[in-house]
Design a protein. Sequence first.
Lengths: 939, 274
Amino acid sequence: MTTSTIDDLASGCHSLVLRLPDTADAQRLLSGVTPGPVHVWRTEVPAGSDEPTGRDRRRAESLRPLHRDGPPLRAVALQYTDGATDLVLVAVRTVIPPAALLRIARTVLDGSGDPLPPVPAAATRPAPVQRGRLDWGLGDPRLLGVTGSTRIDLTSLPAGAERFLPAAIALAVSRYSGGDPTALGVLDLENGPGEDIGVHALDAPRQGTIADLLHRLDQPPTAPQEPPPVGVVLSPAFEDGTYTACLAPVFPLTVQLDRGCALATCWFDQGIVDATVARQFCGHVAHLAGQLAAGDAQRPQVGLELLPQAEQAALLQAGRAGADGDSVPVRGRIDRAFEAVAAKQPQAVALVADEEELTYRQLDERAEAVAAGLRALDVPPGSRIGVCLDRDAELVVTLLGVLKADCAYVPMDPRYPAQRLSFTTCNAELPVVITTAAEFPAEPGTRVLTPQEVARPAAKGAAAGPGRRPAGEKGHQGDDPAYVIYTSGSTGTPKGVVVPHRNVLALLRATERDFALGPDDTWTLFHSSAFDFSVWEMWGCLLTGGRLIVVPYWTTRDTDEFYTLLAEQRVTVLNQTPSAFAQLIRHDQHARRQLALRLVIFGGEPLDARMLAPWFARHPATDCRLVNMFGITETTVHVTAQTVTPHEVVTGSRSVGRPLPGWSVSVRDEQGRVLPPGPAGEIYVGGAGVADRYLGLPELTRQRFVVDETTGERVYRSGDKGRLRPDGRLDHLGRLDNQVKIRGHRIELDEIRAVLMGAPHVTAAAVVVNRDQPDDPAGSRIDAYVVLTTAAEADRAQVLAHARATLPDYMMPATLTPVSEIPLTINGKPDTSKLPDPRAAAPAGLPEARQPVEAEAASGAVPDALADTVLSIWSKQLNTPVKPQDNFFVLGGNSLLVVRVLAEMRERNLPKVSLKQFYRHSTAAEFTELVRQLQDSSH
Amino acid sequence: MRLTGKTAIVTGAARGLGRACALTFAAEGADLLLLDIAQDLDGVPYPLGTAGQLEHTADLCRQAGAATVTAAVDVRDARQCARAVDQALDRFGRVDVLVNNAGIASPSGKVAHDISEREWSLMIDVDLSGAWRMMKAVAPAMVQRRSGSIINVSSTAGTVGYRHFASYVAAKHGLIGLTRAAALDYAPVQVRVNALCPGSVRDDPVLEGRMLAEIARSLEVSVDDHERIFVRDQPMNALIEPSDIANAALWLATDESRQVTGSVLTVDGGFTSR
């Protein structure tokens, strides 16, 4: 690998190095070869011609471009200490084309060259090429303009493999681009002195045979609108000397192929293509060329292998982080691991919830009472128990109790609509649901009990009582399911992910040492138990002896209160979605209180590291470590970890880091074949975190949890798009399908669409996610479009009512716009880009609620300064005009926008409104009245 | 190798600071065009660099692995300057660094009103206008590539006065003015211009003996006292070595100083800070 710096003219220059015969006088021989005088520069090289210094100098000289205003040919005689002399000729290709250079070479070597045609007085010199982008190149922008080079060695391949090189490059480019239509540039230097770049369009190679591809490349290339990022320079054969067709890449990634030569050179702009990626690309081109040369032309292109088997195996190995210390699989149960911690520190505080505080022993005893109660109900071990409780001490007690009873818990958020709760209850076949919600939907075969009804204070020492399985039984290996968490499903219905105990213990083993988790830590249980982030919060804390602060629901929605809690409870380990943390950062800018945080873990949605700049300004990375983690419910919360430092902030990194010890990551193409670093593909996850299955969905389980043919390992196809970097880190690029994450919630747009389609009078529907500000995740908004059978406004209200009854709040569309039809692409898929702007349509408010507003406006209501202030704040945050009767949430308001409204009110010295009050006074008129009362009462 | 693939032009390269810069650049991988007047100059009372000394510098650079081209150039002649730069562009395709080192220290030793018109003009022509002519010849190629570093070797006499050296002090002050103005001219195209102000430099007595004697004479001190006085006056109590200047020039030549332009870098053991 050598580098040189690209000059404007460098890609338009070529060079030839000739070993001069002993007796040759270069100056004399060259005197007649060009019309103008040629000056031969004599340069002494203080080394022998075969010594490394000699070779380096020869190479440097042959890559040294000409100056724009200088002569079109430079001749340098390199005189080595061993008496040898090389003549290095560098010329402008358009002025002295390869054929002319060839004649000069003949003249110099044996005097046989024909006279040269006169060089045009003002020969055109090529303009600098445009440099395109290459997503998989991973170049370093700081190196833009620096040339790298590497070789493609075909000598070990079947004879004639070089004939297939253009086809091999075309195939490699196509595979690297994930099958997207792409193009291969061609510059044929044998084609006269022309510098015209041609281009071959490349479609996805799914259908065609090798013969089809070869035929396509035999056709004359078309003129490109702009040069493609990858191209081939075909140069004539030079019998003597070393010929270089371009001194800088003509295309950002250029392969120079000399006719009849089994060695090709790859030149690349390091600002666009990383050197490791370029070398690897060349290796894959060679591998493909070998297969093309050896294979049957009627084989389908898709059957060709991009990576040799050994490289695939090496990549899989590299994507598997070594288990810490030993590779023995982690075994054990969550409840047993908890009991071990409780035995070690019975008096330590385990749980803090509101006024309540439980030591490890108290928590253990109360959970044991739940387990005893379940056993007394004759719930057989291995049953799934529904738990639908708000965030309080009882929730943790109950979940632990379920595990102690050898059952798996199925968490349900009490704020889910009844329909979703019913679905989960039936789908998971829950014999018992433990809940305090009086209105929990009754299902036949399911007993709905309160925690008090279940718990049965056990006699002392009951933890080892008769109801327990004796230690050493199979279940203690941790293969039993610990929980089933429901996630959004691509079929339109949620699906239950069954996760065994040992996965959670493996997660702790993988992180405990690196994060230095221990009894001195205080964690928060911030997230809903139905979101698997809570699994990490709860068991991450309690299995490492920490103190767990259960954050009440209303506090999780109120940044002010939550910040106070963090400070008062001296929380050290915090888990947040980036959206929620963005609110915390905003608050942090004005906060006076000291935080004790030492570790913040991001999960649940992609992190844009740039949002962390203000945080780092106040909290040095040495005081509080920030870790971005990529994970999926199906792989037990987390998969990879990337410590985020101000460096990542500056570079706007999308890296989610390397896999946790015991986890493995690979990126694969549509056929499930391993992809090298660079190209984007689907993220596959293997190792200790892979869940058991989807509950009751064997077919889907087979599709998503697959056995890797190479390693025999069970891996999960995440459906997430990602790319590996040469250093082994993973970039997360979002969802492959249209499943999206909004504020930590994984939402399948198809699921919302399916619900809308189920509403009366709806014949078609489309759902899209929009952001008011592209870089502001809190501004994400779901916009829905429906085609109705009638134009009645009442029908729209019915659709809304139907959706509200079925979908959890976070899945409710912010707008609902009736359209006459859903536009389609030529492939027949909905073309969301052609949907009208939802702003142009009326907000999804209830029409009957709007009429009085207009009436009131018409009657000329008295001016009201406070109401105007409230309306202006709401309008600003909702980014839409607001009238007094408008409901904040119907207009697209969400919890994060609530916090912004409250923040702005604080800035304007308006009274403090609690979140609970906000939700209870959610029309502008009600809210204004509330604020007025609060104002009055404070005077 | 901090200058691999780069080309530098050094004027006054036959000996002294110019030679030290050339050797330092060569050791860092630069290719070189070395220029010197390579003959004595009427009116300068000590011998200037010779063609033999220039070739010796070039040989030392070649031994260090630099492709090195030499030319005899009088910086008072704009055409000679332009031709030399063309040579560098033809041979190397680019010029990255220009060190304007050529200069004379005498005629000196007179109070201002005793300096003749001719003596004054000679000093300004070489020490100030010479640097401007080289800049004029090199800058277009640097502007075209939007990259380059021009280093003007001024002197402590560019920032403070010395008695009996009015024309020299004026020329070196002028060179700093040229540096600052040109830095602003070229900042938009990433071409940097900086001045280097050496204090009293220990030079090879064989090469520089008569120049130093001439300076001592102008200052009305004996040659032996001259070094003692300078050592006493430089707070670090040592003469500056040519390599100290060459290292400073190297830093200004590399991208390590990429945000440094229009600056005046003194390498004088603290002399001008007293």
